[in-house]
Write a protein that binds this ligand. Structure first.
Ligand SMILES: *Cc1c(COP(=O)(O)O)cnc(C)c1O
Length: 231
């Protein structure tokens, strides 16, 4: 608990400093605590310290953790699915996710929408943009983003909220986040409500804030290092 509190304070200092440097209000940036591989008890502890947004990347782990956190008496938490979602898992994800950051194809939009409607929920979605053209790392190609955004915006059960990206390995995150900002601006021209920009992780959150990110996905800097095979 002390370690989590200390790590949270350190992340908060980094975010506050980055916002000040960028001339942005701190209130314009949400830290999503990426709790994948860590137990529900850590989520309950961070929630006790005021964190309200948690991120997961695998459906089975997330579904169980959401239940466990609820059973632990915590309410008012928002769950973010930040990992790739298989179409067959969309129905399950739509039952608990408040925001899916990884919408990358039409079929997933259709499946998430159907799942959300059958659960009587509305799920916010971000179109994940590929910034390096590597299909293995997920994300829609920039040219496919407008069509996917239009589909999400017109699918009942979904709310198009913005864009997400993971900075390419071994390249300058500032340049990558600038390209994401360009994609975001074009999306906002068609969909003015889609203002979310999910970018930045433990290693590059300062660059993401400078480039206009509204959501940072922070795992390691809060929880410590994950076992290598469970990433
Ligand atoms: C694990 C993960 C994060 C958190 O990464 P850290 O480097 O641990 O902060 C962010 N985004 C996605 C998509 C992830 O899978």
């Amino acid at each position: 608990m002390d370690e989590l509190a200390e790590a949270l304070a350190a992340v908060e200092r980094r975010v506050a400093r980055a916002c000040a440097a960028a001339g942005r209000p701190r209130a314009g940036v949400v830290v999503v605590a990426v709790s994948k591989t860590w137990p529900a008890s850590d989520v309950v502890a961070l929630a006790g310290l005021g964190v309200r947004d948690f991120g997961e990347n695998r459906d089975a782990e997330a579904a169980a953790k959401v239940e466990a956190v609820r059973a632990g008496g915590v309410s008012g938490v928002r769950w973010h699915m930040v990992g790739r979602v298989q179409t067959g898992k969309a129905r399950s994800v739509a039952r608990y996710a408040d925001v899916v950051h990884s919408l990358d194809r039409d079929r997933l939009a259709v499946a998430l929408g159907a799942g959300a409607r059958s659960a009587g929920r509305t799920v916010s979605v971000l179109v994940q943009v590929s910034l390096d053209g590597d299909p293995a790392r997920g994300g829609a190609q920039p040219g496919d983003v407008p069509g996917l955004a239009d589909l999400a915006a017109t699918t009942e059960g979904l709310r198009l909220a913005g864009v997400m990206a993971v900075a390419p390995l071994d390249s300058d995150p500032t340049e990558a986040f600038a390209r994401l900002a360009g994609v975001s601006h074009r999306m906002c021209a068609d969909h003015p409500e889609a203002v979310v920009v999910s970018a930045g992780m433990s290693a590059d959150l300062e660059q993401a804030v400078a480039a206009g990110a509204t959501h940072l996905r922070v795992g390691t800097a809060l929880f410590g290092r994950r076992p290598p095979l469970l990433r």
